[in-house]
Design a protein around this ligand. Structure first.
Ligand SMILES: Cc1cc2nc3c(=O)[nH]c(=O)nc-3n(C[C@H](O)[C@H](O)[C@H](O)COP(=O)(O)OP(=O)(O)OC[C@H]3O[C@@H](n4cnc5c(N)ncnc54)[C@H](O)[C@@H]3O)c2cc1C
Length: 338
């Protein structure tokens, strides 16, 4: 059910910069709601390279994308952020004492200020063109990401795609699923050669069934519960595979989407800001991270962290008008106990 949430700062995007903005706002006693189109927090780090090491996060000689996000979430936790996931901010309008954001699921967030930490825009999975798809997505029968592997224990799973995600999840789920069928339109996989070889070996042992050269053709079920996935070759030969879940890994696409329509100053699909405050051309709306652009901008996480601190300080007078802000170190101030 959709709801209306009041907060001090609405943060659009739960990537590393949005998450750190929760911390920076929290340190200045400003509450935050974070909205993201993805099912999970973490932006590019979680969606594109969770296992890859990052080498240029200060004080972390090496940290995997997923671990960085876990640490940022832990750092934000004491400030009890509200995460609205799986929904895109579609509308942002000026209200009497701030802004009203409306999400694709109908939730409304009323905030005194907004931080846009939207990276390269909203992430969305590339969806297969199958009839009745939304109903099966809503029930969780069709998915584009796996957050809890255990949910697939004892289930019949069809995995579509030829990249790393498809291969990695086929190898992982074969140990707990009742059955795993991999659908790909050609014999060659784009995954890392080592894991692609492991997939072939698992298929040869009969642990994974391969449906090649097939493509997804249809879904069979009651509109929510899936019974089978229908596959077809380019020549139109069909094959019915009984399944409880379809995991489609056709990559993610990013699009600026509705942000382009909010009257913000833009430069090549990025939001222009004053680098001293991260203020956009609309008073009260700030932009940080990959989405923000100004002379000398580096698209690096560490630069986004610094922008989060600057935006939070610039926003403080809007949230607490007339209240003096005394600059303090975190060492003197401490953080609340989560
Ligand atoms: C393979 C790879 C390796 C990288 N390695 C490094 C590295 O070593 N060091 C480094 O510093 N950087 C690296 N980067 C870049 C780094 O990941 C980005 O700079 C960083 O993720 C930007 O963070 P962000 O919070 O600004 O945005 P993102 O991480 O892009 O997150 C933005 C989030 O906003 C959401 N969003 C957008 N629009 C909306 C909307 N309208 N409503 C709701 N949600 C919305 C998106 O879904 C997304 O989750 C790498 C990137 C890639 C792809």
């Amino acid at each position: 059910m959709s709801e209306t949430i009041e907060t001090d700062v609405a943060i659009i995007g739960a990537g590393p910069c949005g998450l750190f903005a929760v911390f920076e706002c929290g340190m200045l006693k400003m509450r935050a709601v974070v909205i993201d189109t993805l099912e999970e927090i973490g932006g590019q780090c979680a969606a594109l390279y969770p296992e890859k090491p990052i080498y240029d996060i200060p004080a972390h000689p090496q940290i995997a994308g997923a671990d960085l996000i876990a640490r940022l979430a832990e750092q934000a936790d004491p400030f009890a952020p509200r995460y609205l996931l799986n929904q895109r901010v579609d509308a942002l309008v000026q209200a009497e004492d701030g802004f009203t954001l409306t999400t694709s699921t109908g939730n409304q967030v009323r905030a005194k200020a907004v931080i846009i930490a939207a990276g390269a825009g909203a992430f969305g999975p590339n969806r297969p063109p199958l009839e009745g798809l939304p109903g099966y997505e809503a029930s969780g029968a069709v998915r584009y990401m796996v957050s809890r592997r255990e949910e697939f224990r004892g289930k019949r799973v069809v995995i579509a795609g030829g990249g790393d995600s498809a291969v990695d999840w086929a190898l992982s789920l074969k140990d707990i699923a009742a059955k795993v069928v991999v659908v790909h339109r050609r014999p060659k996989f784009r995954a890392a050669p080592e894991t692609a070889a492991q997939l072939e070996a698992a298929a040869a042992r009969g642990e994974i069934e391969m449906a090649i050269p097939y493509q997804l053709h249809g879904l069979e079920g009651d509109g929510a519960r899936l019974d089978a996935v229908i596959l077809a070759t380019l020549k139109g030969e069909e094959k019915r595979v009984e399944a409880d879940h379809l995991l489609a890994f056709f990559g993610l696409s990013m699009e600026l989407g509705p942000i382009a329509e909010w009257g913000l100053g833009l430069d090549h699909k990025h939001v222009t800001i004053d680098p001293a405050t991260c203020q956009t051309n609309i008073l009260g709306i700030h932009a940080i991270g990959d989405m923000a652009v100004y002379p000398g901008k580096l698209k690096l996480i560490l630069q986004g962290f610094s922008e989060a601190a600057m935006a939070a300080h610039a926003i403080h007078p809007r949230v607490f008008p007339g209240e003096a802000l005394h600059f303090e170190y975190s060492t003197s101030k401490g953080v609340p106990v989560a």
